[in-house]
Each structure stands twice: as C-alpha cells, then as structure tokens.
Design a protein around this ligand. Structure first.
Ligand code: SF4
Length: 422
C-alpha cells in the first residue's frame, strides 16, 4: 500500500479576519496587488480580481499617508461588491507613523506585515517596532513578521558575522546569513510577545530567492517554533522561471508538511494578469493533492498523431471555461472543484485516460475515423463528430455539473487523487 497521508508540522492557528492559518486549517492562498494603494478604484478593482481568482487574503502596500487613508475606502468598496477578503497591510520604514496617525487604516486591515529589517535604525528601531506591535494589540490584529534576505537587519547580520568569526571553526557565510534570517524572525516574535501580542497572533516568514536556501531555512525555522509559516520564494522572476522556481521550492516544503499559507511572487509581463500568481498557487496545492480549487483538466501533450490544433484548442477552451465558472460554481455546486476532465489527442491513451476522469473525450488522431467518443463516469455515452465537437462537449460538462453537484444531486465520487489531510 502507498502511504498517501502527508505529515504536517504542528503550528498554532491564527485568524486573519475570517480565514484561519495554521493548526488544522488548509494551506491558504494569498496574493499581493501591484497598484498604487492611494488609487482607491484601481486597488479595489485588482483586489476584487485576485479574490475572484481564488485569493483568500490580499496584501496591499501601505507606504504613504494617502495610501493609509485609502485603506478603509478600499475595504468599504470591496464590501459593497460582496467581497470580504481580508486585507493585509505591507509596511516598511514608516509603518509606525502610518498605523498610529491613521487609526482607520489600522482598524480596516486584517493583518499587518512587519519587516524587522525595515522598521528603523539604531535607537529608533525598538521604539518603532514596539509602536507597530502595540497598534496590533490595540486593534486585536495578527501580524506577519516577514524577514527578507534583501532587507535583513544589517546590524543583526553584522553581530552574527562577528560571533561566527570568533568560533574555532567558523561556519560558511551562507549559513550565517540563513541563521541571521531565522533568528531575526524568532527574536522579533519573542519581542512582540513581550510587548503583549498573544502568540496566536503571530505568523512568520523568512524569504530568500534561492530554492535550496529557502528550503533549508524553512526546515530549520519549522524545527524551532510553532508559529504558522508563510511560504514564498521572493523575487521568483517572470514566466516559466518564476513558476518553476516557486514550485520546486514550495513543493519540497509542503511535502514535508511545512507551510500554512503561500504566495507566489511572480513578476507579471507588462500588461499581464496579476491573477496568474493565484492560479499558480492553487495549481501547486491541487496537483499535490493538498486542496481542490478548480476542476482539473488532464490533457496529453500531443505528438505526431495530433497534426491539427483542434485538440489543443479544446483543452485550452475547456480549462478556461471551467476556471471562469468557478466564482459562481464554488457556492452553487459544492464538490465540483475536485472534478476531473480529460481531453486526449488520440486512441492510444485517450479512452483509458478518459475512463479514469469524471468526463473524458478522446479526439481522433491523424488517420483515425473523425469521431470523438465521450466517457462519463467511466462509461462511453456518446460519440461526437463534425464541426461543433467543442460546444457539444462543453454542454455535456455543464449538464454533468448540474446533475452531479446541484442541490438535488446524488452523492458522487470524484475521480481524484486523494486529498491528503494536510
Ligand atoms: S494520447 Fe495519442 S496524441 Fe496524445 S500523446 Fe499519446 S499518442 Fe500522442
């Protein structure tokens, strides 16, 4: 027997608005806007789009007085649109001033992200950090202590480098850097607790941009604390590089049960869709069998047997159609997110793979009779042919969803890989 139950690192549960992070809660998907937060309409629109795509929390930059003043208006505008996604404020350098001078902002946010490397220098540092934590205590808000290797507290790093130099056998500088990140997060968390923030209001992250560095840092961090962990490869990059690097790093950690919320830091192409980072985060969790968000399309890669693009178009269209329906289907058809649809290019693997899905279609390969058998719950139900195979197949999928996941649907079995208790 294969053991499909994954271990999970034990963490405390922290509530961010109505979303639980850590403990026995599923791994949460979050994202971040790239609009100017002072632009209320633009930030509201992008936050709404990220939420519609499935982001369960959205982080926004709070860097100026105007941005801080905009936060409650953004929260209210989203509420009018029926969107109650928790908003997280991202603070650097002047967070202590903004949180204390704009109490409406402090109240409207569901969580504050504090970077210990960017709260101030010298004697100001502790005082400014304390001001932010005291605000979190006052408004009963959780914080993420988010350390980043690009903005690591240099005084802290210098101290650790000095200590390392005194050792009989000093560690490598890379080790000291990782250790400095971890201790910066843990010491900041301890300080927050000493100021009065309850332990179940603290989430940690230690982000780096190297895959192996990130994995070793989080393994160590997880072994030293029970704070929930926010995972993300910082500055992952653009396109397939950003997706592959993030997936490589996060899947190793998630497989080991490390990570309670994830964000994929993709650089969008100019004019690109910011929601892609949400889709990638969901697909990592879903393909690993940890959570389900959207019906999955299984498609073969195609080969010399698929000489037309009909097959590629059908696979793309059905995937887009399913994703576009999810904002409505999510509530209307519970369980539909775990449905599997197969779109296959020829008779070699088409019928077999289609039978394993809830619904599958096997298109005709080169030289085959131009017909496309459709399989529903493992049985061949109809053979499509002609110009409208795509529309007819979509209608079959829609009927299946209505009849199998609607209010009066009988209990059904999704043809899914097991969803592990992580
Ligand atoms: S199912 Fe057919 S078309 Fe698809 S990759 Fe396999 S042989 Fe090629």
């Amino acid at each position: 027997m294969f053991n499909t139950k994954l271990p999970r690192h034990t963490t405390r549960k922290v509530w961010v608005g109505n979303i639980a992070i850590g403990g026995d809660a599923p791994v949460v998907v979050q994202s971040m806007t790239n609009t100017d937060t002072a632009d209320i309409a633009g930030t509201t629109e992008q936050t709404y789009a990220l939420w519609r795509a499935g982001s369960e929390m959205v982080r926004i930059t709070v860097n100026t007085l105007e941005a801080a003043q905009a936060v409650p208006h953004i929260r209210d505008a989203l509420a009018k649109m029926g969107c109650d996604v928790p908003l997280i404020g991202d603070f650097h350098f002047n967070g202590h001033k903004l949180l204390t001078s704009v109490p409406e902002c402090a109240e409207a946010l569901a969580k504050y992200r504090i970077n210990p490397g960017n709260v101030g220098k010298g004697s100001k540092r502790d005082e400014q950090y304390a001001a932010m934590i005291e605000t979190a205590c006052r408004y009963n808000k959780p914080v993420r202590i988010g350390v980043n290797w690009g903005s690591l507290d240099q005084a802290h790093l210098a101290r650790m480098m000095d200590e390392n130099a005194q050792r009989a056998q000093p560690f490598e500088p890379e080790w000291v850097m990782r250790e400095a990140l971890i201790t910066s997060a843990l010491e900041s968390a301890q300080k927050a607790e000493e100021i009065g923030l309850p332990r179940d209001k603290i989430i940690l992250s230690c982000k780096l941009s190297g895959v192996q560095d990130l994995i070793s840092t989080y393994r160590e961090l997880a072994s030293r604390s029970d704070y929930p962990l926010h995972l993300g490869l910082t500055e992952a990059g653009m396109g397939s590089k950003g997706i592959v690097a993030s997936t490589a790093a996060l899947s190793v950690l998630l497989q080991e049960g490390i990570g309670d919320t994830i964000r994929i830091s993709l650089t969008p192409a100019p004019g690109g869709d910011r929601s892609q980072e949400v889709i990638v985060a969901q697909e990592i969790l879903q393909t690993m069998g940890l959570r389900s968000f959207t019906p999955m399309v299984v498609a073969c890669p195609g080969c010399g047997r698929t000489t037309s693009t009909v097959f590629q178009h059908l696979a793309q269209d059905i995937q887009r159609y399913l994703r576009d329906q999810m904002p409505t289907w999510r509530n209307q058809y519970p369980g539909v997110e775990a449905m599997h649809v197969a779109v296959m290019g020829c008779v070699v693997n088409g019928p077999g793979e289609s039978k394993h899905a809830n619904i599958g279609i096997s298109l005709p390969g080169t030289g085959e009779v131009p017909v496309a058998p459709v399989y529903v719950d493992g049985q061949k139900t109809v053979t499509l042919k002609g110009e409208h195979i795509a529309e007819e197949f979509q209608a079959i999928v829609e009927d299946y969803v209505h009849s199998h996941y609607g209010a009066n649907a009988p209990a059904i079995t999704n043809k899914t890989i097991p969803i592990h208790s992580i």
